[in-house]
Design a protein around this ligand. Structure first.
Ligand code: PHE
Length: 356
């Protein structure tokens, strides 16, 4: 047996005997590494005569190839054996319960819950749901609601405007749900009883008490002979349904261009029930010891608005009220930070408990 054959037999035996990748790598380095036995043989080729090289070259290279092939085969075998071993030990128990998929963890967002609750209350009172687009014309968001061009009341709303069109008119993100009143009056046959929930936008920062995107719900009734007493009654029925019976409501004068007279609606605090302190004397945090909570803006539809919508103010009158849904959620559920409403954290929505 030549030296080369001996070496090959030894190396192949060492490769077969290697039972893990580390040992196999050590064998590879000992043979083919910089100072390995096969590398040393390859180096001798340089010093040979051409004839010797012709004879030895193929033999030495043949050895190298045989070793390489054996190394690759052994490596594969070791890999397969490792996989086989893992598959044998890591069994999957298909009888174990699977983790709850996200759909089951999700909840209807509290804002959507309240919108559903509110629309159901108004539907019971005979109001139809009316919706309008988030992007409005200046005319519907302001002018027809009796905010004339250049009127300071426009400054009450910090408005997101789009770039002006060639004719100078500008679209905007609606700043309140009141343009839906106009759309309803322009398109629906009288009498009109509608409730319109939806998103509103104002250039406010997002902080504990503000959000540039928020929700309002608006209630509009236009019929023959409606009076402030009807408005008051509707507000009371609504508060009874939302907070339980027995809380008084009060109206105080306010100003909105589209209602005349206008008022703000407050209700007795549902936590301290008007006492402004909690049992034991601690100040009530929900109403900040006021005993009352401001709930909504309201009023009798301004006859100018009726005229702008082609409704005869001699024959018809109407009332409207509108309020912020986030604000109502905050005081009804003691949510202290507006940001919780928009951040989509299920730890916030989960306690509201309503499952899909
Ligand atoms: N649109 C008013 C606001 O955003 C609220 C309101 C609605 C007032 C309807 C009166 C009647 O402040």
């Amino acid at each position: 047996m030549t030296d080369l054959q001996t070496l090959q037999t030894e190396l192949l035996a060492a490769i077969t005997a290697a039972n893990d990748e580390t040992t196999l790598e050590a064998v590879r380095i000992a043979a083919l590494g910089k100072s390995g036995s096969v590398s040393a043989l390859l180096k001798t080729l340089g010093a040979m005569t051409p004839d010797e090289r012709k004879e030895q070259g193929p033999r030495i290279n043949g050895l190298k190839e045989a070793v390489n092939a054996a190394l690759a085969a052994r490596k594969d075998a070791l890999k397969n054996a490792a996989l086989e071993a893992r598959l044998n030990t890591e069994t999957i128990d298909v009888t174990l319960p699977v983790r709850e998929p996200p759909a089951e963890i999700g909840r209807i967002h509290p804002i959507s819950q309240v919108v559903d609750e509110l629309t159901a209350i108004f539907a019971d009172m005979g109001f139809a749901v009316a919706e309008g687009p988030d992007i409005e014309t200046d005319d519907l968001n302001f002018t027809k609601l009796n905010f004339p061009e250049g009127h300071p009341a426009r400054e009450m709303h910090d408005t997101f405007y789009f770039n002006p069109k060639p004719d100078g008119s500008r679209l905007l993100l609606r700043t309140h749900t009141s343009p839906v009143q106009i759309r309803a009056l322009l398109t629906r046959p009288l009498p009109v009883y509608v409730v319109s929930p939806g998103k509103c936008f104002r250039t406010d920062p997002l902080d504990a008490t503000h959000s540039p995107v928020f929700h309002q719900i608006e209630c509009l009734a236009v019929d023959e002979g409606l009076t402030m007493a009807d408005l008051r009654g509707a507000v009371q029925v609504f508060v009874d349904a939302m907070f339980g019976e027995g809380l008084r409501t009060r109206l105080r004068p306010d100003y909105f261009p589209f209602t005349e007279p206008s008022a703000d609606v407050s209700m007795e605090c549902h936590v301290c029930r008007g006492a402004s302190t909690r049992p034991g004397g601690a100040p009530c945090r929900v109403c900040r010891s006021q005993g009352w909570i401001e709930l909504a803006g309201c009023g009798m539809v301004n006859p100018r608005v009726l005229v702008a919508c082609g409704v005869d103010p001699e024959k018809y009158s109407g009332f409207a009220f509108g309020f912020g849904i986030e604000r109502m959620l905050m005081f009804r559920h003691n949510v202290e930070d507006m940001r919780d409403m928009v951040e989509g954290d299920v730890r916030f929505t989960r306690p509201f408990g309503m499952e899909i």
